[in-house]
Design a protein around this ligand. Sequence first.
Ligand code: ATP
Ligand code: BTN
Length: 252
Amino acid sequence: QARLRKELAANRVDLVPVIGSTNVHWMSLLDELKNGDICVAECQTEGRGRRGRPWVSPFGGQLIMSMYWQLEQGMSVAMGLSLAVGIAVVEALEAQGFAGVELKWPNDVYLNGRKLAGILVELSGTAGGPCQLVIGIGLNLVLPNTEQARIDQPWAELTELGPVDDRNALVVALSQQLQRSLAVFEQEGIAAFSQQWNRLDYFNGKPVRILMGEQVVLGIARGIDSQGALLLELESGKIKRFLGGEISLRAE
Ligand code: ATP
Ligand code: BTN
C-alpha cells in the first residue's frame, strides 16, 4: 500500500517533532494559510498559555495543535469564540468515546475538576475589519512524571478515562469538529452554543471567585449569556456579567 500523503488533505497539515510554539509558528505564516490549516507538534519548548504563562508540552505526552481561521466579523466576537472552541474539543472527545470532560470559562477543558487541556486564541486584525485567528489547543494524553512537577495547578490526563490508542484519530476528530463549530459560530455567534455550554460548564451553580487584577468578586456561577459573558449571582441576588479580558475564575 502507498504511504499516506498529507498533500492529499484538503488542508495544509504541518507535522513537526519539536517546535517553540505551534501558535507562534502559525502566527508568523498568517497570510499563507487558509481556514482549517493545522500545525501539529510532538513537543513544544516554549508552549504558552494566556498572559504569557508557560504551557508544559512534553514529547509524546500531549496533543498539541494550532488551527488557522479567518473571522469575517472581526475582533469584537472573537471572545466568545474560545468558548465555542472548548465545546468543539469536548464534542470531539465524546465522539471518540471519552465522556465526562467539562469546561471552565473562558478557555479551559476540565476532567474531574482538574485541567485537561488549554485553549489559546490569538488574533491579528484591525478594528472593524475581518481578523485572522490562530486557535491553539494543548491536550494532556499522559504526561511524564518529570513534566507533571512543573505544572503549578492540578492537572488531568486523558488516559484517566481509558487508553488513548490512536492520536491520529483524535487530531482528525478535533480538526473536523473545530471546522464545523467555527462555521456555525460565524453564522450564528456564541448564542448557538449556550445550551451546550450549560451542559458542560463545570462551575455552573458552584460558588466561585472572580479575579480581576487585585479585585476579587464572590458569587455563584450561573452559566453564560448570549454574548458568552460569564454570569455571576452576587450575594444580593443581583446578576453581574464578566466579558473576557484579564479575568480568571476560581473555586471559592
Ligand atoms: P485562567 O483561569 O486565568 O485562564 P489558568 O491558571 O488556567 O487560569 P492559563 O494561562 O489559562 O491559566 O494557563 C496556563 C496555566 O496552565 C499555567 O500557569 C499552569 O498552571 C497550567 N499548565 C501549564 N501546562 C499545563 C499542562 N500541560 N496541563 C495542565 N495545566 C498546565
Ligand atoms: C491556556 O490554558 O492558557 C492555554 C494553553 C494553550 C496551549 C496550546 S498548545 C498549542 C498552542 N501553542 C502554544 O504555545 N499554546 C497553545
